[in-house]
Design a binder for this molecule. Structure first.
Ligand code: UDP
Ligand code: MG
Length: 320
């Protein structure tokens, strides 16, 4: 049996919280009855600086029910940071934690499978949407294009997985070693390592309240995801520069030929040639500078270079 925490970031969620709490406490009860989790497993609601009655509601739940805890952040720091705050809070108190959005669009029924997979030896279990029937075409299209773009840009991420996942205590410990400020958990978690697996479910519609991720925030989030994990855009710019320089050389041959055969306006050759060449050179140089900035960027993140999973054999020897 494991001690489990369900971590739920909440921002202005007064409309959905009563129902969410009913469902989650019900589920906790079921999991306890099935002897999958210990009696002292709990739900942690993280209030991300809400301006409505969210905290008041959480506070009441916590007073009424022993399996509910609350954490109030001093201000709104955004979904990713709120989630991290919750995970770091429970890190040393539980064997594993499942994170889920307050609107319960993700199917809570698969939590039991997540715990089973943990027992079978996985440290990270991703919740993956098998279908996106309930999402609007627009949301589906933008979201799926995003996952594909992430892949092209070379960032690790799990296709159609949002922040619904189970992490073991040691996986959360690994996460705590990532010191970066631009948090994109979906990208970081797969880089931690350990054995992982997926569970599949269908995503539901938001029952009440409205999405806290309007297009503007979604785009910012996607941009963050790519720029936090990849310095490939720089390489592409450099590539275009090289391409233009090659074009300039090819063009030079053509222009020189035209010059020799005499069918050009005077001055055309030199102008056109310098246009291509200088353009290519400028892009190449920007890309080159970008490569260095990219390296600095990767350095200042101070990511752990490795995370040790285990060591075997006698290591008790001490030098005198
Ligand atoms: N959220 C948060 N802080 C914010 C915005 C959102 O903690 O600044 C929480 C929100 O309460 C919800 C989760 O993040 O639990 C996901 O938000 P939402 O359901 O609005 O996103 P969507 O499902 O539309 O992508
Ligand atoms: Mg949602």
């Amino acid at each position: 049996m494991i001690r489990l925490a369900i971590v739920v970031p909440c921002y202005n969620e007064q409309e959905v919280l009563p129902d969410t709490n009913k469902q989650l406490t019900g589920l906790i009860m079921e999991l306890k009855a099935a002897k999958q989790i210990t009696e002292d497993s709990f739900i942690l609601y993280v209030d991300d600086g809400s301006r409505d009655d969210t905290w008041k509601i959480i506070d009441e739940f916590a007073k009424k029910e022993s399996c509910v805890q609350g954490l109030k952040l001093a201000g709104n720091v955004g979904h990713q940071n709120a989630l991290l705050a919750g995970l770091m809070t429970v890190k040393d108190e539980v064997d594993a934690a499942i994170s889920i959005d307050a609107d319960l669009q993700d199917d809570i029924a698969v939590m039991s499978d997540m715990v089973t997979k943990l027992e079978e030896g996985c440290d990270i279990v991703y919740g993956v949407r098998s279908a996106r029937k309930t999402d609007t075409f627009f949301k589906r299209f933008t979201a799926e294009s995003f996952y594909k773009l992430m892949k092209v840009m070379g960032a690790k991420s799990i296709y159609n997985h949002a922040d619904y996942r189970l992490m073991s205590a040691r996986a959360i410990d690994g996460l705590s070693q990532f010191k970066e400020r631009n948090l994109f958990l979906r990208g970081i978690v797969p880089t931690i390592g350990y054995k992982s697996d997926c569970v599949y479910y269908e995503r539901k519609e938001r029952t009440a309240g409205e999405s806290k991720y309007p297009l503007r925030k979604m785009l910012a989030f996607a941009f963050d995801g790519i720029t936090s994990f990849s310095i490939k855009p720089m390489s592409y710019i450099m590539g275009i520069g090289v391409f233009l320089i090659i074009c300039a050389v090819a063009f030079a041959i053509y222009a020189f030929h035209s010059y020799l055969t005499g069918n050009v306006v005077s001055g055309w050759t030199s102008i056109v040639l310098s246009l291509w060449f200088i353009g290519g050179l400028v892009l190449f140089s920007i890309g080159m500078v970008g490569q260095y900035i990219g390296k600095i960027y990767m350095e200042v993140k101070e990511r752990p270079r490795y995370i040790v999973e285990a060591r075997v054999g006698d290591s008790s020897y001490k030098r005198a």
